[in-house]
Design a protein around this ligand. Structure first.
Ligand code: GLN
Length: 449
């Protein structure tokens, strides 16, 4: 099969399902031409002719990039994100831009200006979020891999809800240049795919130091795929007892326990440990993430780019109306929360306190990882919930992130690995490792595949 044929067929499949799934904000119908060019030029890069989808908060030169917000609904980037440049150089074919929660704020893709995406297994359920569109298109088998971003779980939770593999690498592994900023100390780009090998390949392609992003590491990028190793003998797995707390669906826990038994059979040791600060993780995350978001989102003022309100009398009204009309409710909620937490009277009690508790939690996690190779547990407290079920209850939606937030607060690599089903819906096993030890995650995921 030629790359052109593969791409054409894939695009047809995507179009035929899009009514039901709403996985994309923009489908790239020119992808067939790009693929024909790859066929004509011959195999040049490691991803030559491979169809990949890209979350719509990653800048693509000359192709609409909306972050699923009305305020960016007409935004045409004049440059591409480093990660997208790297995919292009490797010969990957861009199938289009996938739907997300507005500015990646959410856990269900329901806050998207373009309407919710649907779970690939059950269209009445959410695909998770914020990388919901990416998860859906990978789970249906259309994109071989998709890029996502993960600030508090946005790659792992939708991967878990759709039964695919998804990895958020170490903070600093992958450039954030050209990625729409949400919370800069937590945001990370990562990969979702059905097969572990494919994510390893794509992650290697996009990883590495970037002069445009001072937080990227100078460390050499590992060839994770070539080093894949299923041998679990001598691997030490820590299981935080708090992950088994009452809020988690017992059927989810049963599936996770079975996966851990498999690891024991394969030679790993599994031991219970404690993360006492986990109970504060959600509060810490929502203070820090909202504070950073309120600062990052100041740039959307209706002047420089994006949506601009009409019929305004003065510049102040231009700012106010553009923002009032351009941002959705969840984004406004975060801006208000964050602005409050950073204000002179509240800073010490909220932002500073959250930053201090974050440090305590980081030390707790690193202490465990000094004695163990992996931390394992469920990704989520339940399988995919129904569309509309939690959208009017922000606190319930936020609590849903408790198990994924730790890895972001500490900048650790973490993944969701398909572990089985509960009531017919997929359950993801979460694996976290030491900073820059993505290999241990890939290996353990590969052993379970
Ligand atoms: N659900 C979390 C939030 O709403 C995480 C989102 C993300 O990782 N982008 O902030």
């Amino acid at each position: 099969i030629t790359s052109e044929e593969l791409t054409k067929e894939t695009l047809q499949r995507i179009h035929s399902k899009e009514d039901k799934l709403n996985a994309f904000v923009t489908i790239n119908d020119d992808a067939t031409k790009d693929a024909a060019k790859v066929d004509a030029d011959g195999i040049k890069g490691r991803l030559s002719g491979i169809p990949i989808a890209v979350k719509d908060n990653i800048l693509t030169k000359g192709m609409l990039t909306t972050a699923s917000s009305k305020i960016l609904s007409n935004f045409m980037p004049i440059y591409s994100a480093t990660v997208f440049e790297k995919l292009n150089q490797a010969g990957a074919i861009n199938l289009g831009k996938t739907n997300l929660d507005e500015f990646a704020m959410g856990s269900s893709t329901e806050t998207s200006y373009y309407g919710t995406s649907h779970n690939a297994w059950d269209h009445t359920k959410v695909p998770g979020g914020s990388s919901g569109g990416s998860a859906t298109t990978v789970a249906t088998g259309d994109a071989i891999a998709a890029l996502g971003t993960d600030t508090g779980g946005s790659i792992r939770q939708p991967s878990s809800f759709n039964g695919i593999f998804g990895i958020k690498p170490t903070y600093g592994r992958v450039s954030r240049w050209g990625v729409v900023a949400f919370s800069s100390s937590l945001d990370e780009v990562g990969v979702m795919s059905k097969r572990v090998e494919d994510s390893a390949e794509v992650l290697q392609t996009i990883a590495g130091h970037d002069d445009h992003d001072a937080t990227t590491s100078e460390r050499e990028v590992t060839d994770w795929r070539a080093n894949l190793n299923k041998d679990m003998h001598g691997i030490k797995i820590a299981v935080p007892k708090e992950f088994w707390h009452e809020g988690t669906d017992p059927k989810v826990l049963k599936t996770i326990d079975e996966a851990l038994d498999t690891y024991k059979k394969l030679g790993a040791t599994v031991e219970e440990i404690s993360l006492p600060t986990l109970k504060h993780a959600v509060e810490v995350y929502y203070v820090i993430a909202s504070s950073e978001a309120s600062s990052n989102l100041q740039r959307y003022d209706g002047v420089r780019y994006g949506y601009r309100a009409k019929d305004v009398k003065n510049i102040k009204q231009l700012f106010v109306n553009s923002r009032s009309e351009g941002f959705g409710d969840e984004v406004k909620r975060r801006i208000m929360l964050g602005t409050f937490a950073l204000s002179a009277g509240a800073y010490d009690a909220y932002f500073k306190k959250a930053a201090q508790v974050r440090t305590i939690f980081i030390n707790e996690l690193n202490d465990v990882l000094s004695k163990y190779d992996l931390i394992a547990g469920p990704v989520t407290t339940s399988t995919a919930f129904g569309i509309g079920e939690k959208i009017d209850d922000p606190l319930a939606m936020y609590m849903n992130d408790i198990l994924t937030i730790p890895a972001n607060l500490a900048g650790l690599p973490a993944a969701s690995v398909p572990a089985g089903l509960a009531d017919g819906m997929p359950v993801g096993l979460q694996l976290m490792a030491k900073q820059f030890d993505e290999q241990s995650i890939f290996n353990a995921a590969y052993a379970l595949q």
